[in-house]
Design a protein. Structure first.
Length: 452
């Protein structure tokens, strides 16, 4: 019987804890004191169980026979939970075998979380590690979307060596996922080199693209490297509506052709669908398409200002009355559980900024949020990833609390309000200044979704 780490499983250690996460099944597990049990296969090798038992016994300086049952049970359970490969017949539906009490166990503090969708974030927040890195490979883009928050489309391209250095430092810091974006990331002449390098570092990666540059060769490449998913904006199932938003005739045809080609090649696709005046009635057909093709659809009615504080792009957004109608028509898509009293408390964090993610633009500048390019945290040519991650600027952003946002901290609509420092900054040049339109939107959410 042979075991190996599953090709879709990522493993990270922090202090005495180990995170296991499968990017396809989304199974995740946080284990306590498991490093010694997992070390024999950590590099991806496929090994006989007897060899694994011998190596574990050597690590713990114990006779192999004393650990044999524990190691076998431990590996069998992880294989059935989709974290490991096993060369024996083992149906995934088989009930998970409890781990022996003397083997590494799930930390009692997080034992209840192992069946939750995203204990990954819990692991990274507890250990103050970066879980994700968003990289804009270029400012250049093939489209000129009417709602885009990017103000500058100059053809800047992140140097490969600099990007590789950042990826390496991110991985050394315990990082897990890289999002390659832009502009249009596939315009970068070394796009594939970035992807291959991230993969060589055992980093999970996501491609965020409009797919207008995704030809047959690119589809073949993505099928080979297998991103977690490709995220693409699809505004309508009607070409004219989609192209009216991108302002590029023929863009819908290119995007749709690539979506279907990626699906046929086995590459997961996720659809992002901002809803605005130009595609006000597009959501039902988009939902039908997503359901038919088993694709995740993320609609959004919020259009926030450009990074240079120019809010003219918001003229294409739905009015509050139109937004309310869309929310009423699709409550299952837009209803969000109100924030807990603890999260709305004055001393609670206002958002996740600086908690587990970092962002890098095509010039090598670090910034705190993928929409907030105006706040500079550091320069990759002058500072290491760790220096920026632990730096005073990001520490100050992490320290933001509800009470820092004036009346927002005590507003009766706070549980239904998307208090977003990035949106505030883009629209007012002040992270702590909430716009009246956001306040009115919170009132609508409260009216529609409150149980009171």
């Amino acid at each position: 019987m042979k075991f190996s780490l599953h090709e879709n499983t990522y493993l990270r250690h922090a202090e005495s804890e180990t995170l296991l996460w499968n990017k396809r099944t989304y199974a995740s597990r946080i284990l306590k004191d498991a490093q010694g049990f997992l070390k024999p296969i950590e590099q991806g090798e496929s090994k006989e169980i007897e060899e694994i038992i011998a190596e574990v016994a050597q690590i713990y300086n114990l006779p192999p026979q004393e650990l044999a049952d524990d190691v076998l049970d431990f590996y069998t359970e992880l294989a059935m939970a989709t974290f490991l490969n096993c060369d024996c017949d083992m149906p995934l539906s088989t009930p998970v075998v409890p781990v022996q009490k003397d083997a590494p166990t799930v930390n009692a503090e997080v034992a209840g979380e192992q069946n939750r969708p995203f204990p990954v974030g819990t692991f990274y927040e507890r250990h103050a590690l970066p879980s994700s890195l968003h990289i804009d490979l270029t400012n250049a883009c093939t489209e000129r979307c009417i709602h885009c928050y990017i103000a500058d489309y100059k053809p800047r391209f992140l140097p490969l060596e600099l990007g590789q250095s950042v990826l390496r430092e991110f991985r050394e810091a315990g990082g897990l996922t890289v999002m390659f974006s832009g502009g249009e990331c596939m315009l970068h002449p070394q796009f594939r080199d970035f992807i291959r390098y991230a993969k060589s570092l055992n980093l999970n990666f996501i491609v965020m693209s409009n797919l207008t540059r995704c030809d047959a060769e690119m589809v073949e490449f993505l099928a080979e490297v297998q991103p977690q998913f490709v995220n693409v904006s699809l505004y309508s199932m009607k070409a004219e509506e989609h192209d009216k938003i991108t302002t590029i005739p023929g863009s819908w045809q290119k995007t749709m052709r690539a979506i279907l080609a990626l699906e046929a090649a086995g590459v997961p696709v996720r659809l992002a669908s901002p809803i605005m005046q130009a595609n006000r009635h597009a959501l039902p057909e988009l939902l039908e398409f997503a359901k038919a093709h088993r694709m995740h659809l993320i609609p959004d009615c919020d259009i926030f200002g450009q990074v240079d504080h120019d809010c003219s792009n918001q003229s294409c957004a739905l009015s509050l009355e139109e937004t309310e109608c869309v929310w009423c028509e699709h409550p299952d898509l837009f209803y969000k559980d109100p924030a807990s009293p603890e999260r709305c408390a004055p001393e609670a964090k206002v958002c996740d900024i600086g908690k587990s993610s970092m962002n890098l633009n095509a010039e090598g500048i670090y910034y705190p949020c993928d929409g907030c390019h105006g706040i500079v945290l550091g320069n990759a040519q002058e500072q290491s990833f760790a220096e920026v991650w632990q730096g005073e600027k990001l520490q100050a952003l992490r320290a933001m609390r509800n009470l820092d946002f004036g009346e927002c901290a005590h507003c009766e609509n706070r549980p239904w309000c998307k208090v977003c420092p990035t949106r505030n900054f883009n629209e007012t040049a002040d992270m702590f200044c909430h716009t009246p339109a956001r306040c009115r939107a919170a009132q609508i959410r409260r009216k529609l979704f409150s149980n009171n």
